[in-house]
Design a protein around this ligand. Structure first.
Ligand SMILES: Nc1ncnc2c1ncn2[C@@H]1O[C@H](COP(=O)(O)OP(=O)(O)OP(=O)(O)O)[C@@H](O)[C@H]1O
Ligand SMILES: [Mg+2]
Length: 363
């Protein structure tokens, strides 16, 4: 498994109710201790995560749900939000709450949150996506320490199963937004970021997979250089939607069951069995896509030694994930020899950390 390094890791979830630990960086990234130059940002469908390093080498990670909710701007709601100490902005006479608190308010009001992104990209269905995304990112990152500070942000690789996805547009939007905030913003494929953060001990050789909410992103790398990168449109949301259909419950209920401690090795009831079936299919699909590309591709690397395959991202957090991968691997005649499959201890922050590694080496 991944060895944690000996540097202190601080995770600050902002004012969303979860405790901040270690040095107080605050929700806005405002309290400015001396930081190394360079920042990493994971732009995810479900979560936004930022990573910086302070002068002592401590890693500072912040995370917010990539979500918002708008509520009628009346006195009752305004008082309630003030009492709950929830920050809001008023847009077109409606009160808008962003990030983790939006998620909590959605539970209180029993309403879904609105999501600026869908399937790994800025959502075409959400007209307020851009200004909200800008607010969320500004709050998370704070201003650059110097004009033109280098920031790497994650983008999906080209999809194998959804030709119409417009990644160029998505990448351009975020690049423009981050540049306006004063950063020298550079895109980094999400799977490549996993290679940077998790495969240093392997000389950055192997396969990094980010298992997200909207998609999976795969990067096959040889000594840091990506030789094959792609994304698929199946991720945690795909599991939730399928489980929701077969069980006749809402996708958010299916998601809640999934996140509540299922072990794929030992499903305890019909719901958990459905989750296990779709997880197995998802893993088979992902390994099958890598296999297909290796079998038909030219210029594929011939790895002299067995390689590591590392699975980061929230969807890999389910119990028994790695064991399920191992079982599927033994069933499909996989074209590469694998030394080990593993999942980092902190799977949700791998992409942001990989973006930081890229930014700091660039600075
Ligand atoms: N303990 C858990 N068990 C199973 N799934 C989980 C768990 N915790 C989070 N997830 C799932 O992880 C997904 C979010 O993961 P992550 O934050 O890596 O995605 P993202 O980077 O925002 O999305 P994407 O990379 O697709 O744009 C959601 O589908 C969520 O339901
Ligand atoms: Mg992601």
């Amino acid at each position: 498994m991944a060895e944690g390094d000996d540097k202190k890791v601080t995770i600050d979830f902002g004012s969303g109710g979860r405790p901040a630990t270690g040095s107080a960086t605050g929700r806005g990234g405002g309290a400015q201790a001396a930081m190394e130059l360079g920042k990493g940002l994971d732009v995810g469908t479900a979560n936004l995560v930022s990573a910086v390093q302070d002068a002592q080498g401590n890693l500072i990670l912040k995370s917010q749900r990539n979500a918002f909710i708008d509520i009628d701007a009346d006195d009752f709601t305004r008082n309630m939000l003030t009492k709950l100490n929830v920050q809001y902005v008023v847009v077109n006479n409606r009160m808008v709450v962003i990030g983790d608190p939006a998620f909590e308010l959605a539970n209180i009001f029993n309403r879904p949150t609105r999501r600026p992104m869908k399937h790994g990209l800025i959502s075409p269905d959400e007209r307020d996506a851009l200004p909200i995304e800008k607010m969320l990112i500004e709050t998370l990152l704070g201003p650059p320490q110097t004009q033109g500070e280098i920031l790497y942000f994650s983008v999906p690789a080209d999809p194998v199963d959804a030709a119409e996805r417009n990644i160029i547009y998505h990448r351009g939007l975020f690049e423009g937004m981050l540049r306006k905030l004063g950063y020298n913003a550079k895109p980094l494929n999400e799977g490549h970021a996993v290679v940077f953060s998790e495969l240093a001990d392997e000389d950055f050789t192997g396969i990094g997979i980010s298992c997200g909410g909207g998609m999976f992103n795969v990067c096959v790398a040889y000594k840091t250089i990506p030789c094959l990168q792609f994304s698929t449109s199946r991720g945690g949301d795909w599991i939730d939607n399928n489980v929701s259909q077969v069980l006749g419950v809402s996708p958010s209920k299916a998601c809640a069951i999934k996140e509540k401690g299922v072990d794929l090795r030992n499903p305890r009831n019909r719901e958990e069995e459905a989750i296990e079936i779709y997880y197995r299919e998802l893993i088979k699909y992902t390994l099958g896509q890598i296999k297909a590309r290796f079998e038909k591709g030219q210029n594929m690397p011939a790895f002299p030694d067995p390689i590591d395959i590392v699975f980061a991202g929230g969807t890999a957090k389910i119990g028994g994930f790695v064991e399920c991968v191992q079982t599927v691997y033994e069933e499909i005649d996989f074209p590469l020899r694998v030394k080990r499959f593993w999942r980092p201890d902190d799977a949700l922050t791998s992409v942001a950390k990989g973006c930081l590694v890229a930014a700091m080496s660039d600075e």
